[in-house]
Write a protein that binds this ligand. Sequence first.
Ligand SMILES: Nc1nc2c(c(=O)[nH]1)N[C@@H](CN(C=O)c1ccc(C(=O)N[C@@H](CCC(=O)O)C(=O)O)cc1)CN2
Length: 281
Amino acid sequence: MNSKILDGKKLAKKIREEIAQKVIHLKNEKAIIPGIAVIILGEDPASHTYVNMKEKACKEVGFYSEIHRLQNSTKEEELLKLIEQLNHNEKIHGILVQLPLPDHINENIINAHISPFKDVDGFHPSNLGKLFLGQPSFVSCTPKGIIKLLKYYGVEIRGKHAVVIGRSNIVGKPIATLLLNEDATVTLCHSKTRDLAQYTQQADIIVSAVGKAHLINHKMIKREAIIIDAGMNRLNGSLVGDIDFHDVIEKVKLITPVPGGVGPMTITMLLENTLEAALRS
Ligand SMILES: Nc1nc2c(c(=O)[nH]1)N[C@@H](CN(C=O)c1ccc(C(=O)N[C@@H](CCC(=O)O)C(=O)O)cc1)CN2
């Protein structure tokens, strides 16, 4: 069974060790310490867990980091003002606003206000446009991590039929674009897709990013499919993905577990993007 696992935790550890070495070099040779500012609004426990994980990961690789924990009631103008300050702060190479944001804040306005050169989440319209044109600059972390994982495990993407489930700006749309840029034939399914199984049964590669526990079972996939599970759901107190892992494992060629698959790669790609931003600065 182990040979079927796309182990994101293991690859993330390897990449983080390489980043830590590069940071030492950057400090010694150029006196640059990569710096990131993370902004989080409100009290959502999962978001705080992710931000704490980001802070810990930054410490481990030797980055400077500052976390701005703001109240849920923070006004959009206040948030824009903080981003403006961070855009001009020379210690900060990467800026990230943790999502989701409260309803009274317009996510698109916020993302467009972050300097595209510090946009380590890859959500700025100009970075999304570059991705769309096949000339990516900063690419959002989960999709970038998924491609890294597929390539590390030697998965050929060219010519494969990839079915992406979910059309979010964070995962679904960018991973569909990245797979297309890698010459896959891409089908993008979403909540209004009729007869989802009709598509997933034809997929060589499935990427699910919906947030619906155990949406995909063995009847919905073809034998030897490669499955990427970017779903993160709480079910009876434990963390599970969109894929019914134990139900499909016998049938798949490769699969990411939840936890330990896509998640650790997300934070590692954030470190990679921040290092890149510091190198470009
Ligand atoms: N500004 C952003 N907001 C959000 C992003 C993002 O990329 N940028 N992605 C998600 C949340 N996320 C990072 O922010 C994230 C989610 C999950 C993990 C992770 O490592 N998960 C672990 C399990 C953790 C647990 O036990 O709860 C795993 O899968 O092994 C990292 C980052 C939404 N918001």
